[in-house]
Design a binder for this molecule. Structure first.
Ligand SMILES: [Zn+2]
Length: 327
């Protein structure tokens, strides 16, 4: 098994989440789920467990409008726009109102149907690799939190390149595995969610993948996105630490010479904390976490200048890349 980004064979198990093994490349820091789940396994997962309510999209006018306005810094003349993972079509409807000719691709039949019938936005219900679209026909293509879901990101990037006109611009948003949140919260980072997310990019690995397929980078930035604030991440990480440390502490106390030790007492090995059932203290901690949310949100608002500096230094949870197909 070699790294998708740098081809290094130096790949190591990094963490377990939801029965999936996440590996890390020692050379470039790229993280990924292996083996890649089959098409059938992913289809079953999306049918059963992955429902993004339509209200979440329809209520996000400001976010969608802001993202399209940001893209227009690079394509001020507008033109033909493709959104891969167009969902219910809300962001494309906004783009159309801003003067773009819009096209979408969406794997969910229900969402694609809604986009076509209710918003009158043309959205194909197919995968990008199979989509019957002419080469070199788009001025811009956007994917917002899509690439990390696909089974074959390299093939997807190659197809995106072929669909863009020379000079066309690709806009990508993905979770940032090099963020402060991902570093601190580890397997409990809110975007560490296999099998929904299979590839975990950083401000160095995603540009590398794009450049390997011919793209020139225009801009790489990170931002907080709509995820948790850094203080909440720190509390989540502390809870995870409690969950690991508490059973170890208990087993140490059991093993102490002053207490009687039943012969069959199971000991917890430090390398396998996963099977431990949540202790009462951990359940209390989870309640505290939800109560702390308004407080940490307030702290984040008050320290916004500091968080903006962290984002500018590449530690934001969401990674935004603009890349161009050369003229
Ligand atoms: Zn690598």
């Amino acid at each position: 098994m070699n790294c998708l980004i740098c081809q290094s064979p130096s790949i190591h198990p990094h963490l377990h989440q939801s029965r999936y093994q996440v590996f890390r490349c020692a050379s470039c820091g790229f993280q990924f789920v292996a083996p890649t789940p089959s098409r059938e396994e992913l289809a079953e997962y999306y049918d059963r467990a992955y429902v993004v309510p339509i209200a979440r999209y329809s209520s996000q006018f400001q976010r969608h409008n802001g993202l399209i306005a940001d893209l227009e810094r690079w394509v001020p003349q507008r033109g033909k726009l493709l959104e891969v993972g167009a969902s219910y079509g809300h962001s494309l409807a906004i783009a159309r109102a801003r003067g773009w000719q819009v096209h979408g691709i969406e794997l969910s039949p229900g969402a694609a149907h809604y986009a076509n019938e209710r918003l009158r936005v043309p959205v194909l219900n197919t995968d990008l690799l199979d989509a019957p679209l002419p080469a070199a026909s788009f001025d811009a293509i956007m994917l917002w939190h899509v690439l990390e879901h696909t089974r074959e990101p390299a093939e997807q990037v190659a197809r995106l390149y072929s669909l863009l006109k020379p000079g066309g611009v690709l806009a990508l948003l993905v979770p940032n595995i090099a963020s402060a949140g991902a570093r601190v919260a580890g397997r409990r980072w809110e975007w560490m969610t296999p099998p929904a997310h299979l590839w975990f990019f950083s401000p160095t690995t995603l540009p590398r993948l794009l450049q390997q397929h011919g793209f020139q980078m225009l801009e790489v930035t990170t931002r907080r996105g709509d995820g948790n604030n850094p203080y909440q991440h720190a509390l989540i990480a502390f809870g995870e630490w409690l969950k690991v440390v508490r059973p170890r502490w208990k087993s140490l106390r059991r093993a102490a010479p002053t207490t009687s030790v039943p012969a069959a007492t199971p000991t917890t090995t430090p390398t396998q904390p996963a099977p431990v059932t949540p202790s009462a203290i951990f359940r209390r901690w989870q309640r505290i976490l939800s109560q702390a949310q308004p407080i940490t949100d307030r702290m984040a608002t008050l320290s916004a200048p500091l968080i903006r500096r962290l984002d500018a230094a590449g530690f934001g949870d969401e990674l935004c890349c603009y890349a161009q197909k050369p003229l």
